[in-house]
Design a protein around this ligand. Structure first.
Ligand code: KG4
Ligand code: ZN
Length: 334
């Protein structure tokens, strides 16, 4: 049969990205324009600014993604776009670009869920075996998702307040680091010999949900108390205590979920999948338990369009196409 070339577009937050993915597996191009430098000055993502930046970048990027893939627009099988969840103004830029291009080229259009993208990033580097479990950890999401079979998503647990990456970014800010602070906290935690003990939040015994805002507040209290008492800031010990708490809860709940759902693989995804502490502890426990752990390379963990192309391929196989009235869905359930 003919190869399937999907041109995928991702603009849900602060990365403008376009990619061409062949048969849901092979990344022919994956261009990403990060706006981190733009948003750094504000200490976080400013939605209005993000939308404007997407508008500046998207059209040329679509052209370049096709060129870099070594194909022509007419070779494309479909255009896919992140429909949600995300910032509405940011999503709209991608949706309008993708629908217009689908109309101009008379190509089918595929609406994709951002989290389905994060999960199927794993499909770019491994063959998924079902049933499997995915731990989605990013700046906006913390979810345990059960996949009984291909394309069937069941969210079995989610954060009730802050996402993990969000908690990392807030803790980093309290410790004096710029946005995005996750990598700084990760580095400090690994360098420190000592850890300040901080609470673990387990919620109900059978719950797969998470809560990180109490932990974040506990960190802020420690930081403020030390300041008031004139004690040394102890950033390293705080970072390490914070990371130990986060990692223990994430890993324990993920392993319990894999076992009780009889999943064969655990897929890690989202920006926080870059966290060295999390990767190390998850690897150690998965090995001990005989669970196959898949972690995509960093470029497919943070927001990118290749993962959207991988997820869109599932809908391509089912010929599940969207109309040109495809809407951006800022709140969008899997
Ligand atoms: O997936 P992503 O690029 O964007 C969202 O969809 O949210 O994730 C970005 C998040 C940020 O909060 C960033 O601080 C966090 O991932 N992050 C990390 C690390 N690298 C990135 N958090 C902890 N440790 C890291 N090494
Ligand atoms: Zn994301």
């Amino acid at each position: 049969s003919q190869p399937c070339y999907i041109l995928a577009v991702e603009t849900s937050c602060d990365e403008t990205s376009a990619a061409v993915v062949k048969d849901g597996k092979e990344v022919l191009s994956n261009l990403i324009a990060s706006q981190i430098e733009t948003h750094k000055a504000f200490g976080g993502v400013v939605p209005e600014v993000a939308s404007r930046k997407h508008v500046e970048n998207i059209t040329l990027m679509l052209q370049e993604a096709v060129q870099a893939a070594g194909i022509t627009p007419q070779d494309l099988s479909a255009i896919a776009v992140t429909q949600g969840p995300g910032l509405v103004g940011a999503l709209l830029v991608g949706v309008v670009a993708a629908t217009s291009l689908a109309f101009a080229l008379s190509k089918p259009l595929i609406g994709t869920h951002h989290i389905a993208g994060h999960i199927y990033a794993n499909n770019l580097v491994a063959d998924l075996k079902y049933p499997c479990m995915a731990l989605v950890t990013s700046g906006g999401h913390t979810e345990l998702v059960y996949l009984e079979k291909e394309g069937h998503f069941e969210v079995i647990g989610r954060t009730r307040d802050d996402a993990v990456g969000e908690a990392y970014d807030k803790v980093a800010r309290a410790l004096g680091f710029p946005y995005p602070g996750g990598p700084h906290v990760d580095r400090l935690a690994l360098e420190s010999e000592e850890a300040i003990p901080l609470p673990r939040v387990w919620l109900e015994p059978d719950s797969y949900d998470f809560s990180f805002s109490g932990l974040k507040s506990a960190v802020l209290n420690v930081v403020n108390q030390r300041k008031m008492r004139g004690e040394p800031a102890a950033e390293g010990a705080i970072a390490r205590g914070f990371q130990e708490s986060v990692v223990e809860v994430l890993v324990t709940k993920s392993i319990r979920a894999v076992k009780s759902y009889h999943a064969t693989q655990l897929l890690l995804c989202g920006g926080v999948a870059a966290n060295k502490g999390l990767r190390a502890e998850l690897s150690r426990q998965c090995e001990q338990e005989g669970i196959e752990l898949i972690i995509p390379p960093f470029k497919y963990c943070t927001d990118n369009a290749a993962m959207i192309g991988a997820a869109a391929y599932l809908k391509w196989k089912e010929q599940q196409f969207a109309g040109l009235d495809l809407r951006a869905m800022p709140q969008f359930s899997l």
